[in-house]
Each structure stands twice: as structure tokens, then as C-alpha cells.
Design a binder for this molecule. Structure first.
Ligand code: SAM
Length: 274
């Protein structure tokens, strides 16, 4: 039987779909391959069941939770666990580099609040921090967007960013009924081990990210049109950049591979730096 917190009203607006099954939680942590030498940032501690497994198996877990009602539960549960640090706050407003700055590298593990899946993953893939892997429970539709290949409807910035940082794969499929309360659809535990060095040479990362956002800004527009709008560059310049990368001048952003994006942003950088 699933344990529950007495009189706790789950807030759907905070994505509160908790996991209590110990076997499942251990199976999820198995997928991440973290061990006793590892530091983990957990996003959304909830009642602390995943936090507990992580504290038992890792060197240190820093668990962030926004819901102040859970603070006494978490503080009491982990007051005698020296390797579990509870941080109350909003992950989107937290200075992660300050919070995790003392560690040479860390893993992110979370049963994500689903309303923040895209913002949280986008933030983690942008950060220039020593992240070793990102391992997250997400809804199936979000997993498809992370794993998507060029030319498919699901392909977008999230897939390009994920492929830039690591090699995403889907592991355990978790049926909705395993959560309390159950979400509308089944979920997938995604693991993304990060590369030590990105798989493509990018001269200016900020510009690379901007080119990716621009390419998908208006999906039905051509890449050239989107570059003109995003960078305010003359159309001939946008066409010249696209042709210089060996692409068709009428191509749409959704056709570009990560290598195409790297080439295009490096070419754009050269133009801007002139
Ligand atoms: N880790 C717990 C588990 O697996 O049972 C809870 C996971 S639940 C899907 C997501 C958790 O994220 C909730 O506890 C929710 O309150 C918390 N949360 C929602 N928005 C957040 C935010 N912006 N920053 C930090 N935590 C947040």
C-alpha cells in the first residue's frame, strides 16, 4: 500500500506526482549509474523518498523543493543525514553555480514537476557547469521531444541542445498509476550522460544557442526568413550563410542536424566578428 502524508493536499499546479515505490526508485537510480563517490542535485524533493535513496547511495545530495509545506517533513526526515542538504526555493530562480560551485562535478536526478520540464531541461543544457549527467522522469511526449531526430515533427531546440550536451536515451517506462496522484499519461525515465567535450566544434556557445532558437522560431518559415527576423541581417547575407554551410537556401530549421547548427553558428560568428 502507498504511504501518504496525513492531510496533505497535492498541488497539481506544482506538478506534485510523487513516487513512493522503493523498488521503482532504486531501479531508476540504477539507470543513472551514480555511486558512493557521486554528488547529486535533485530537483523537486517532494516528501523525500527519492532523496532518501540518493542519500543512501551517493556521497552528497542537494535537494531543492519549492513547496514550504514540505519543509518540516524534509527537515525532520533528513536532520540526521549529514549528506542530504535540503534547499527550499524555486529551481528556476536558484543560483545553481553558487549552490553546486564547491563540487568538481555533479549529476542531476529528478522526478520533474511536469509543468517545468522544458524550462528546466533548457536551463540545464545551457548551463556551463560541470554536470556529468541529467536523469529525469518526464512525460512521454517530452521524452519524444528530447530524443527526436531531424525532419520529424517533435524535433526542436530541446533535441538539439540534448544532443549537444550528451547522448540521451529512454530507460524505464513508468505507468501513470505508479504516481500519487497519477498524472494523465505514462512517463519515461530519461538519462543523458554528458560528454566531456561537445561532439561538434562551436566557436561561440551563446550564438549557437541563439541560432538554434531562431531556426525554430516560426516553424513554417524558412531558415533564411527566421535568421533575417532574429538577427536583423539582410536576406542576401542569410542566404549566403546558409549556402556556405552546404544547405539548400529554402531549407527549414527542422531539417538541420547538430553539425549543421554548429557550422551555421560558426559562419554567423565570423560575419558578426568582422
Ligand atoms: N521527488 C518527489 C518524488 O519523486 O516523489 C517529488 C516529485 S514531484 C513530480 C515534483 C516536485 O517538484 C514537487 O514536490 C513540487 O513541489 C516540486 N517543485 C515544483 N516546482 C518547483 C520549482 N520551481 N522548484 C523546485 N521544486 C519544485
Amino acid at each position: 500500500m502507498k504511504p501518504s502524508i496525513p492531510a496533505f493536499q497535492y498541488k497539481i499546479s506544482l506538478g506534485q506526482n510523487f513516487l513512493f515505490d522503493q523498488d521503482l526508485l532504486n531501479r531508476l537510480v540504477d539507470q543513472t549509474q551514480v555511486g558512493e563517490a557521486d554528488i547529486v542535485l535533485e530537483i523537486g524533493a517532494g516528501r523525500g523518498d527519492l532523496t532518501q535513496v540518493l542519500a543512501e547511495r551517493c556521497k552528497q545530495v542537494v535537494a531543492v523543493e519549492i513547496d514550504e509545506r514540505l519543509e518540516p517533513v524534509l527537515k525532520e526526515r533528513f536532520e540526521s543525514a549529514p549528506n542530504a542538504l535540503i534547499v527550499m526555493g524555486d529551481i528556476m530562480g536558484l543560483d545553481i553555480s553558487q549552490q553546486m560551485g564547491e563540487y568538481e562535478g555533479f549529476h542531476v536526478i529528478a522526478n520533474l514537476p511536469y509543468y517545468l520540464t522544458t524550462p528546466i531541461l533548457t536551463m540545464l543544457f545551457h548551463l556551463n557547469l560541470p554536470i556529468k549527467s541529467v536523469n529525469v522522469m518526464v512525460q512521454q511526449e517530452a521524452a519524444q521531444r528530447v530524443l527526436a531526430q531531424p525532419g520529424t515533427p517533435e524535433y526542436g531546440p530541446l533535441a538539439v541542445l540534448a544532443a549537444f550536451r550528451g547522448s540521451p536515451k529512454s530507460t524505464v517506462v513508468v505507468p501513470a498509476h505508479m504516481f500519487t496522484p497519477p498524472p494523465k499519461v505514462d512517463s519515461v525515465f530519461l538519462v543523458v550522460p554528458f560528454y566531456e567535450k561537445p561532439p561538434v566544434q562551436v566557436d561561440n556557445e551563446d550564438l549557437f544557442f541563439k541560432v538554434i532558437r531562431a531556426a525554430f522560431f516560426m516553424r513554417r518559415k524558412t531558415l533564411a526568413n527566421n535568421l533575417v527576423s532574429a538577427f536583423g541581417m539582410p536576406r542576401e547575407e542569410a542566404t549566403r550563410l546558409i549556402l556556405a554551410c552546404g544547405l539548400n537556401e529554402r531549407v527549414r530549421g527542422e531539417r538541420l542536424t547538430i553539425l549543421d547548427f554548429a557550422r551555421l553558428s560558426n559562419e554567423t560568428n565570423r560575419v558578426i566578428m568582422k
